[in-house]
Design a protein around this ligand. Structure first.
Ligand code: HEC
Ligand code: HEC
Length: 372
């Protein structure tokens, strides 16, 4: 009897807990959100601070989502802008802010994906490609992006002998030097509507737009998605890291060209929370150095890093930004870039600090974050 009672309580507790997690928690998160359409201003804009559902896709686009799924586009394309700490996504121009769970609440199939052979498409609609371009790309990606490895889908089109109403002109390729005309099928139109509808172009209460160093629209994208200015920062950062002459950072002499440091003496920069975590703290130690006991990847170090640079502490805002962007993204590290203005803001916030006064971990722990 006693056991039966325990057993029943156990069952009830399990069910109760599941109910709390699945039902109560999701109602709390999303239950009070107002359906979008009823809430918009007359001119279609969102009232500030309105707690809304994200935008729903049009009916055609929803069907397109099924086609997208069935054609396996998800094997190469993700639909998730990662958090700032986790990578370059916002800087690459893949979105104005990281994606949040709420962005997906209206989707039947959430197609986050997990492999990025092609660019992330969470905000494809914001890239403002013409419908024509999209059909050309869908029919034969190589007709608009010559080296593309995105697979063509000619079976979604009917080939026409000449231009007619509703036909799309496919640009010439050298091999088969002739202009082709194709008529999109309903499926092709659905996929295009779906891709055009992918947009996270609104701020959420839990996630505002992120300000990037370079305005997103001006970016030139290379095929691997790293914009020019970022590639430049990485290149200049590596030079500073490896330079042992005035203007250099000397970093490699202690942390080694591999970023792995030397056991017992110099801590590693690879996978270090000091490098990948809080930018504020990272900028501070790059300006004034660090001493005393610290822990990196579970190992204690007790050394001293004089203010980096030659002469010590002489690196400019741009140089600090470049070298930090480099160490945050070299050797398999991946984190958002650091801009000169972020360095300048931190520098201004610690203006009165005596030259050469290295930080200690304890002091950094009590510091307030710089207002940006
Ligand atoms: C083998 C991997 C792969 C598959 C599968 C794939 N793509 Fe791609 N896709 C790529 C690559 C790589 C690029 C970048 C080169 C380019 O722009 O063509 C790309 C680019 C794109 C672009 C242009 C993105 C931009 O921002 O310029 C679109 C749109 C696109 N793919 C749609 C699709 C659709 C729709 C499908 C499913 C029918 C699909 N892709 C399947 C690899 C793939
Ligand atoms: C003279 C040797 C030396 C040089 C040069 C040097 N560091 Fe360090 N660095 C150290 C030591 C030692 C520590 C650990 C300090 C402690 O134990 O408190 C450290 C700690 C760090 C940390 C925090 C701990 C970690 O491993 O993540 C970072 C980040 C860092 N250095 C980055 C740099 C950068 C960037 C440069 C070049 C601009 C640089 N260091 C140049 C010796 C050096």
């Amino acid at each position: 009897m006693n056991n039966l009672l325990k057993f029943s309580i156990g069952i009830l507790a399990t069910l109760g807990f599941a109910w709390l997690a699945f039902v109560v928690a999701s109602v709390r998160q999303f239950g009070d959100l107002t359906p979008e359409a009823q809430f918009l201003e007359d001119d279609g804009s969102r009232p500030p601070d309105a707690d809304l559902f994200p935008k729903d896709l049009s009916g055609l686009a929803k069907q397109g989502a099924e086609d997208y799924l069935s054609l396996g586009c998800m094997t190469c394309h993700t639909q998730q802008v990662r958090l700032e700490e986790a990578g370059f996504d916002v800087e690459r121009g893949w979105g104005k802010r990281p994606s949040m769970p709420r962005d997906y609440v209206l989707q039947d199939h959430v197609m986050l994906g997990n492999t990025r052979i092609g660019p992330d498409l969470a905000n494809f609609g914001m890239r403002e490609h013409e419908n024509n371009w999209l059909h050309q790309h869908l029919f034969e990606p190589q007709s608009v992006v010559p080296d593309s490895i995105c697979p063509p889908s000619p079976f979604l089109y009917q080939i026409a002998d000449e231009a007619k109403e509703g036909s799309i002109e496919i640009p010439d390729r050298e091999e088969n030097n002739q202009t082709r005309h194709v008529i999109p099928s309903l499926r092709a139109n659905r996929i295009v509507a779906y891709l055009q509808g992918l947009n996270q172009d609104y701020e959420l209460p839990e996630m505002k737009f992120v300000e990037t160093a370079a305005p997103v629209e001006e970016e030139k994208q290379s095929v691997d998605g790293v914009p020019d200015w970022l590639a430049q920062q990485m290149e200049s950062g590596k030079e500073i890291y490896m330079k042992a002459a005035p203007g250099g950072g000397l970093c490699f002499t202690c942390h080694q060209p591999t970023g792995l440091g030397l056991p017992g003496q110099f801590p590693p920069l690879v996978d270090s929370d000091w490098v990948l975590g809080d930018k504020d703290r990272l900028i501070k130690i790059s300006l004034f150095g660090l001493m005393g006991e610290i822990e990196v990847n579970g190992v204690k170090y007790n050394g001293a890093m004089p203010p980096p640079g030659l002469p010590p502490g002489s690196l400019s805002d741009q140089q600090v930004a470049d070298v930090l962007t480099y160490i945050r993204n070299a050797w398999g590290n991946s984190a958002s870039s650091v801009s000169p203005s972020e360095v300048a803001a931190v520098r201004a916030s610690i203006k009165g600090r005596a030259p050469m006064q290295m930080w200690t971990a304890a002091e950094l722990a009590t510091e307030k974050k710089t207002e940006k």
